[in-house]
Design a protein around this ligand. Structure first.
Ligand SMILES: [Zn+2]
Length: 552
């Protein structure tokens, strides 16, 4: 049943192999012949600049040597406060154990509010408006070096196991990887984990960079049956009723109009709720929507339903944590744990109506923008590591930090900072540092201009949008209002103006390297919100994104 998912699509595009069953992926994953692409040529500006001093020798002089292995794990859609150690949640005992001998960044922010731009910022160290991958029609410009390319040139074998969709090879994410292998949603931490562990077991003789990505915490979150069993008074549909609806309202084919508009309001509500709590994308019903409506908080069972959504979400995070525990156990067993740089983070979080908003793409609040970052490198950090690092940091800091620890120079300047000094010395960064996440809506829902957020360890400014509660903008004092409820726009005008000016300055300094339009092969020079034409995706791409809930 998984053949038509995003994961398969990635496989096809990466390796030109037609639909294969997941079992046969084993052969591909463990095979020695790569199917990656050649290094693309770099532009004239990339080779001639001096290595950025921050990312080269000075700070990394403290590192013993370069790490034997670099693992980068992106837990898609995992918000910080649902991870042990960041909030009250006790969901991730393995991560907690890793953090106990590593470093946890407590104020780490996503570069953007959805997968495509955020993950590309991790891979390139660039802002979304610089790498241009806010646009689903785009592929990364060949002149932009990626983390995998730089590590491969430095002698690391490069491998990825991911779950497609908005991290598909199609966008240029496979650049620099010897192999960029896609699996269906959740398989990286479930059925296919043994393949990854086998790959790690087989890769003992050379240094490697391994990128892992999973949509396990992405909706649908699972847990519908449990919810129905525990709350019979809620009146949720029986399995029989659900099967009847499935027959009556089959899932739409690409291009077809949703059945949801034609069913009764009551059935539509239940189908929509079911679509959030289904175990799998393939269970979703055609009689409901993939998003909960804005009016959902006003429905009579909202509190109970929301608790069920959060429980499903947290259970999925537990499942990611178990996989991370198995990865750690294997590295310990192979006696490789101490010499492994293991970076565990997320691309963005998830909103559950804290501010009336759901999911993540156009959400500027910290339930989406604040994400976990745990860095483990026992050889360096077990004795000397600062356990909790406060002070704002963000996705753009990851590439310079990884390169620094691996002693690999970057051919150019970077906007992010090397976090290595904060790992081992002064734990807290400068209080006045400001980072600038971008909030974007996915194109198929109508492209919006980017809304910029400016956040320091104390204040947070959000550019205005009616959906955010104030079209003029919002300002929060995160010490007094960590929940971002008390808008200070009119009370602290001087701070509001100062942060607004900082945003303008930041955007003026950006250096866009226009991404390439996949259909026209021309550079995309427009900005989010100015993009005029809708891009036509292939049926496979449509299906992959629909499976993740991005097509209603
Ligand atoms: Zn994501």
């Amino acid at each position: 049943m998984y053949e038509s998912t995003s994961g398969e699509k990635g496989m096809i595009r990466d390796c030109s192999i037609a639909f294969v069953r997941w079992a046969s992926i084993a052969v591909l994953a463990l095979g020695t012949s790569g199917c990656g692409r050649e290094d693309p040529p770099h532009g004239p500006n990339d080779g001639n600049r001096q290595a950025n001093a921050r990312t080269s020798r000075t700070e990394s002089a403290n590192a013993p040597e370069r790490p034997g292995r670099i693992l980068l794990f992106s837990m898609d859609t995992v918000r910080a406060d649902r991870v042990s150690g960041y909030g009250a949640a006790a969901t991730t005992p393995n991560l907690e154990e890793i953090a106990a001998e590593g470093v946890r960044f407590t104020d780490f922010y996503a570069a953007a509010s959805f997968t495509l731009p955020a993950t590309m910022s991790i891979f390139t160290g660039l802002d979304a408006l610089e790498h241009g991958l806010w646009n689903e029609a785009a592929v990364l410009a060949p002149s932009v070096p990626t983390l995998a390319e730089l590590l491969r040139k430095a002698g690391y074998r490069t491998q990825a196991f991911h779950e497609g969709g908005y991290v598909d090879a199609e966008f240029g994410f496979d650049r620099g990887f010897d192999r960029y292998v896609a699996y269906p949603q959740r398989k990286v931490v479930e059925e296919s984990l043994w393949l990854i562990l086998d790959w790690m077991r087989s890769a003992t003789s050379e240094p490697y960079f391994l990128f892992l990505h999973t949509y396990t915490a992405h909706d649908p979150y699972g847990g519908f049956d449990l919810y129905r069993r525990e709350h019979p008074e809620r009146g949720l549909p029986t399995s029989k009723e659900i099967e009847q609806w499935r027959r009556e309202f089959p899932k739409r084919e690409p291009g077809e109009t949703s059945h949801a508009a034609t069913v009764s309001a009551e059935i539509r509500k239940l189908c929509t709720l079911f679509n959030q709590l289904a175990n799998d994308n393939f269970e979703r019903l055609g009689c409901g929507y993939n998003y909960l409506p804005a009016g959902f908080p006003d429905t009579p069972h909202f509190d109970l339903d929301r608790t069920a959504l959060l429980r499903g979400y947290e259970n999925r995070i537990r499942s990611i944590d178990r996989a991370i525990g198995q990865i750690r156990s294997l590295l310990l067993e192979l006696d490789q744990w101490d010499d492994t740089l293991f970076i565990i983070t997320s691309d963005h979080g998830e909103a559950f109506f804290e501010h009336g908003l759901y999911r993540h793409d156009l959400v500027p609040f910290n339930e989406v923008l604040k994400i976990p970052l745990i860095i483990s490198y026992p050889r360096l950090l077990r004795e000397r590591g600062v356990r909790d690092v406060a002070g704002v940091t963000w996705h753009l800091d990851l590439l310079p930090t990884i390169l620094s620890l691996a002693n690999v120079p970057y051919p150019g300047n970077l906007r992010g900072v090397d976090l290595t000094p904060r790992l081992i010395e002064n734990g807290n960064g400068a209080d006045d540092r400001v980072v600038f996440p971008g909030v974007l809506r996915i194109p198929n829902e109508g492209m919006e201009p980017i809304r910029r957020v400016a956040v320091s360890s104390r204040f947070k400014l959000i550019e205005g949008h009616l959906k955010f509660g104030d079209s003029e903008g919002l300002l929060f004092d995160l010490r007094e209002s960590p929940e971002e409820q008390h808008n200070l726009r009119t009370e602290r005008v001087e701070i509001f103006n100062e942060f607004t000016e900082r945003i303008r300055r930041y955007e003026r300094e950006l250096e866009p390297r226009p991404a390439i339009h996949r259909a026209t092969r021309k550079p995309i020079t427009t900005l989010p919100g100015e993009f005029p034409a809708k891009f036509t995706l292939s049926p496979e791409e449509e299906e992959a994104l629909r499976a993740l809930g991005y097509r209603d």
